[in-house]
Design a protein around this ligand. Structure first.
Ligand SMILES: CC(=O)N[C@H]1[C@@H](OP(=O)(O)OP(=O)(O)OC[C@H]2O[C@@H](n3ccc(=O)[nH]c3=O)[C@H](O)[C@@H]2O)O[C@H](CO)[C@@H](O)[C@@H]1O
Ligand SMILES: C=C(OP(=O)(O)O)C(=O)O
Length: 435
């Protein structure tokens, strides 16, 4: 397990460009399975989860060429569908969350889609019912082997239908949309997730010849087509990285410019950080976070304590709540962080409490933070990163803290943040990777 050594309390300065979006990349990489023609994707982040998926696609027979640092071509014209029955697939297929989205495209194009229980963050229950209920509505047979945790769907031909999803699942919607694009007839998906990741996937599918309307809403209509074609696609900047950098600038008293953010796709992210009292200046498509010695958490109109909670898009993404929480520890005022979706994502507050933060974990879903208003700095400690976003929240805490911190299990951070140590060093951070 790798470790970051962080010497905190240092002001950062400079510009940082966000990587391509992890969760979008995972969707659009799976979409290359829908066509035998060449697909070029750029702004692919160089991170563990994405690289694992690229490796899995290669094992399935996809021909892959890397054109430069972040751009690849993919051609799925000789897929080895029998790979799905191999022991190697049972091991590799479960190595990340994003691999669940091979199921829809493979089912639509080759009549079967299998997957072992996918990995990803251990942040509470992560059920897959929405995925398989949707695929069954399209006419697929479904089998689950609870001894081996192996999921199987098969169908000679998928048929479009109406469905109301039991929840607006991000990867579930992606799986169903990809399958429905090549089903016979019309599919209507109500209560669809509509994060920018999905909007981007749908736009890419339309460029490949799919007929999708309602993109960006929770009601998608898909007219199935017989075949899809090659295309070129560019991933958006990672909005979770952008939010993380806003929080990092505020916590470390630093002026940081975040370049080329695609502001219009950030939804309420800037608004939520502004409510924590952080000044965010928009210049063209860059965000400037000026140095701030204080930031004060807003209250509701009636004077009651602010609550920040997650919700499906256009609500606030659950993936930034850990960052909101850590940033609030040095604000003036109090906030209730309510993580509604996942039940094990807030336990990392123990480490922040050990660092000197004032937090009450009310229950697994809710934590109240009483900000220290930068009167008392956090203290550097040794800690372990439990999941990707808590890992970065702890890293931000360590950068702001007095003294040295060691963050263990940084593989979690590497799942989603490319060259994070080098990029932070370029801003002046004292961070060292110890393998
Ligand atoms: C690879 C990938 O893209 N991962 C993201 C994706 O995971 P993923 O697609 O796995 O997450 P889902 O959208 O399926 O659901 C996440 C959790 O939220 C719950 N839930 C979901 C929808 C809802 O309306 N109400 C509700 O409570 C689910 O029961 C589940 O526990 O979306 C999550 C929710 O934005 C993000 O945290 C993950 O980073
Ligand atoms: C929870 C996350 O990722 P995954 O779904 O890949 O575990 C995340 O990106 O915050």
């Amino acid at each position: 397990m790798g470790v970051f050594e962080v010497k905190g309390g240092r002001e950062l300065k400079g510009e940082i460009t966000p990587q391509g979006a992890k969760n979008e990349a995972l969707q659009v990489l799976n979409a290359v399975l829908l066509t035998p023609e060449k697909v070029t994707i750029s702004n692919i982040p160089n991170i563990r989860d994405v690289n694992k998926l690229i490796d899995l696609l290669k094992s399935l027979g996809v021909k892959i060429e890397q054109l430069n640092d972040d751009t690849y071509t993919f051609q799925a014209d000789e897929i080895d569908i029998e790979y799905l029955t191999t022991p190697e697939f049972k091991e590799k297929g479960g190595g990340l969350r994003g691999s669940i989205m091979i199921v829809g495209p493979l089912l639509a194009r080759f009549g079967k889609g299998y997957i072992p229980k996918p990995g990803g963050d251990k942040i509470g229950r992560r059920r897959l019912d929405t995925h398989f209920e949707g695929l069954q509505k399209l006419g697929a047979n479904f089998e689950y082997d609870s001894n081996t945790n192996f999921y199987k769907t098969e169908a000679a031909k998928l048929k479009g239908t109406y469905m109301l999803l039991d929840e607006a699942s991000v990867t579930g919607t992606a799986n169903i949309v990809m399958a429905a694009s090549m089903a016979k007839g019309k599919t209507t998906i109500y209560n669809a997730a509509c994060e920018p990741y999905l909007q981007q996937l749908c736009n890419m599918l339309v460029n490949m010849g799919a007929k999708i309307s309602g993109i960006g809403s929770n009601l998608l209509t898909i007219e199935g087509v017989k075949e899809l074609h090659g295309t070129e696609h560019r991933c958006l900047p990672d909005m979770i990285e952008i939010g993380s950098f806003i929080g990092m600038a505020a916590m470390t008293n630093s002026e940081i410019t975040i370049k080329d953010v695609h502001y219009d796709q950030l939804g309420m992210i800037p608004q939520v950080f502004s409510r924590l009292g952080i000044t965010i200046v928009r210049r063209d498509d860059d965000l400037i976070i000026p140095k701030q010695n204080h930031y004060e958490i807003d209250q509701f109109i009636d004077g009651s304590i602010l609550t920040v909670s997650d919700a499906p898009w256009p609500g606030f993404t659950p993936d930034l709540l850990s960052i909101v929480l850590v940033v609030a520890t040095q604000a003036k005022g109090s906030v209730l962080v309510h993580q509604k979706m996942f039940e094990s994502r807030l336990f990392f507050v123990d480490k922040l409490i050990d660092m000197g933060a004032q937090i009450i974990l009310c229950d697994p879903h809710r934590a109240t933070v009483i900000g220290l208003d930068k009167q008392v700095p956090l203290r550097g400690i040794s800690m372990t990163s439990p999941d990707i976003r808590a890992g970065v929240a702890l890293l931000i805490a360590a950068l702001s803290a007095e003294g040295t911190s060691h963050i263990h299990n940084i593989e979690q951070i590497d799942r989603g943040y490319q060259y994070i140590d080098k990029r932070l060093q370029a801003l002046g951070a004292r961070i060292k990777r110890i393998d």
